[in-house]
Design a protein around this ligand. Structure first.
Ligand SMILES: [Zn+2]
Length: 407
């Protein structure tokens, strides 16, 4: 198929099938052989099977290694082992890959340090620290998580703040809050009304984080489209159709806006605590709104994980955002070793090359994930071509400050 394009080929394939239905001996409706039949309908495709290949002939920059050493502030190398209704139960963790399974990719891709956010608490946390941070203190950091399964104990507020102190003592470098808060955690842990993000029971915990200088990496809500009906107007239709459990439309879920407002009230109440609002402030589709929050909360930072798909489809707006907030944006991927469900976050050399290409090159229109079809919406992205001074800050300098590696 070297000299013809795909459209011609499809039309010819269509003509061929018409010809094959014609009675023996006649050419298809008297057509000249090889000419497309006027009436031939285009092949019908399901959306699922549509995999268009771009015909753009544009520069393709291969960025094998980042320009500067990287701190990836958002990875999941361990995870709570047991869950019920979206809530982690118990201290036990699963180690998703051993350090030796990750270090070779880190070395090849110029990744200096990875932060394993989901270290759970108690004995699970100790195991995560023992596995990653203790043997490789300059390559891995482990964060702890709230003990959601203790939420219904009477003394939770105090107990959780003390537990954070124990985690700090054990070596945890920060606190990670999954979207469990606001969307899954309920008054009786897995039943009853949803617990609000600004529930005062967490106030001593947020304050303790500030006191110990442990940053809080927090994921609130989800893409705005996940709060809308799964229909033909939803730009994340394919993804939600594949994972209907990711939809927060209807039921007793708060709206996207209500979740962010509760988060903002909580940020405002704890100005001494550093919050890393993950996934570009959980609102990468609306950088104007994220900017407003960054202006309002000097204790707020953001990172990029799993949102180059959003940033890269608005390259001019994103570039201005990076220029203005260059001291507040960190590098993150949401990388998880192994798996196939979410190609935009499977830890691999290829994943990092895409992030580097997005930040460093000025390439047009390329895939934001190593996948046959764009997994987070049917579009391609554009590189930002950031200058070296901003790249340094985003790749490692801002993270060094937030993680307390340098003052
Ligand atoms: Zn994550």
């Amino acid at each position: 198929m070297s000299r013809i394009n795909r459209r011609q080929w499809l039309t010819r394939a269509g003509a061929a099938s018409v010809a094959s239905l014609a009675p023996a001996g006649s050419s298809a409706r008297g057509q000249e052989p090889g000419k497309p039949a006027q009436e031939a309908k285009p092949e019908r495709l399901t959306l699922e099977d549509f995999q268009p290949k771009s015909m753009l002939h544009v520069t393709e920059t291969k960025v094998e290694r980042s320009r500067f050493p990287v701190i990836d502030v958002h990875t999941h190398l361990t995870m709570g082992a047991r869950h019920k209704n979206g809530v982690t139960i118990g201290e036990e963790i699963r180690v998703l890959a051993p350090p030796d399974g990750v270090l070779p990719v880190m070395d090849r891709k110029n990744i200096r340090l990875m932060v394993d956010l989901t270290g759970n608490y108690g004995t699970g946390l100790e195991q995560a620290i023992q596995t990653f941070q203790r043997p490789h203190p300059d390559r891995f950091m482990v964060f702890t998580e709230p003990a959601w399964d203790h939420f219904n104990r009477a003394d939770y507020a105090r107990w959780q703040a003390d537990e954070l102190g124990r985690a700090h003592q054990a070596g945890a470098k920060g606190l990670k809050v999954l979207k469990t808060l606001g969307l899954y955690l309920r008054q009786d842990v897995t039943s009853g009304p949803l617990v609000k993000i600004d529930d005062p029971h967490f106030d001593p915990m947020w304050e303790a984080c500030g006191g110990f200088k442990m940053p809080v990496a927090i994921h609130i809500s989800d893409p705005e489209a996940f709060f809308l009906p799964i229909d033909r107007f939803n730009e994340r239709f394919e993804e939600l159709n594949n994972h209907p459990d990711w939809s927060f439309y209807d039921h007793d879920f708060p709206s996207f806006q209500e979740l962010l407002e509760a988060r903002n009230r909580m940020f405002a109440r704890h100005p001494r605590t550093t919050f890393v609002a993950l996934h570009v402030g959980h609102n990468a589709e609306n950088l104007a709104a994220v900017s407003e929050c960054l202006d309002r909360f000097p204790n707020m930072y953001v990172e990029l994980a799993a949102r180059i798909s959003e940033l890269g489809r608005q390259p001019r707006t994103a570039r201005k955002f990076f220029e203005k907030y260059q001291d507040r944006i960190m590098f993150g991927t949401d990388a998880v070793p192994n798996g196939t469900q979410t190609p935009q976050q499977i830890l691999s050399a290829k994943l990092y090359e895409i992030y580097y290409r997005f930040l460093e090159s000025e390439d047009d229109y390329f895939d934001y994930a190593p996948a046959a079809k764009p997994p987070q919406g049917r579009w391609q992205i554009y590189g930002l071509g950031l200058p070296e001074s901003i790249l340094r800050k985003v790749y490692y300098q801002n993270a060094e400050r937030v993680l307390g590696i340098v003052d």
